[in-house]
Design a protein. Structure first.
Length: 186
């Protein structure tokens, strides 16, 4: 009778541990999804600002067609990617950021443009969105780190492998030149 009670207790403890580990993995995966959703929302906000910014700059620098085309192409490329492919989306969004940097560099050559209230408002909105993207990226990467630790750590790695939990990719800047802070002046 005591042996049966010990076996039942051990099985119950193992079951509680299994459920606890599984639930911790589910929570971590949901945080990753929530983090990615936050990034996606901010990237959409940025993508929505780009046409207005281009139109404002076009009024002052209509002959800079190549720069405008590059920004539109980068934006469209990023918009057509599968939202769940973090690495490809990160590369595409980094190209959008580079193109926007070129647009601001172009604006430096046009003092009337820099003085335009519309341009300053759009630039301020874009600056806010870029800050929000950075915060969302940090949250997502933290959530991905936590999930990845759980997927690799013992004993949760046994549960993760059994139930198909996978590591999440980080949303990273890949080009070393992109790690430098852009200089934007008004």
């Amino acid at each position: 009778m005591n042996t049966l009670l010990i076996i039942i207790t051990v099985v119950a403890i193992a079951g509680v541990l299994l459920i606890s580990l599984y639930n911790a993995l589910v929570r971590a995966r949901q945080r990753v999804r929530e983090g990615w959703s936050g990034i996606d929302v901010q990237l959409k906000r940025r993508a929505d600002l780009i046409p207005n910014l281009i139109e404002t700059v076009k009024g002052y620098a209509a002959h800079e067609r190549a720069t405008f085309d590059e920004i539109v192409a980068a934006r469209n490329s990023a918009a057509t990617l599968n939202p769940s492919d973090v690495q490809k989306r990160a590369r595409a969004e980094n190209l959008v950021g580079q193109a926007i940097g070129k647009l601001f560099a172009l604006a430096e050559a046009y003092p009337d443009l820099k003085a335009s209230n519309n341009f300053r408002d759009l630039a301020a909105n874009l600056d806010t969105v870029e800050s929000e993207i950075q915060m969302a990226r940090r949250y997502y990467n933290g959530a991905a780190r936590d999930l990845n630790i759980k997927v690799e750590s013992f004993p949760s790695n046994l549960v993760a492998k059994s139930f198909g939990f996978e590591q999440s990719a980080f949303f990273e800047i890949e080009e070393p030149a992109d790690r430098r802070l852009p200089t934007v002046g008004f």
